[in-house]
Write a protein that binds this ligand. Sequence first.
Ligand SMILES: [Zn+2]
Length: 84
Amino acid sequence: MRETKEKNLILCDNCGVKAAREIKRPQVLGRGAKMIVVDNVPVIACKNCGENYMTSKTMHKLDDIRIKQKKEKSERKIAVAEFA
Ligand SMILES: [Zn+2]
């Protein structure tokens, strides 16, 4: 048996097994001209069921970012926002 170094495993909301961990990755919001990319979004990735999902807290934050982004009329086709 190999001792895992991953002490930060969290309980997966999907399968209920403590095999998930938080990873940071870019998320694409919206589509077309309204599409924005948000960097460093925490995503829960489960090794047991293979599910990748965001917590509701993260979703709310992404909504806020998207609303803010709409207000600032960007000339760019793809706007990039930091998850901060
Ligand atoms: Zn799972």
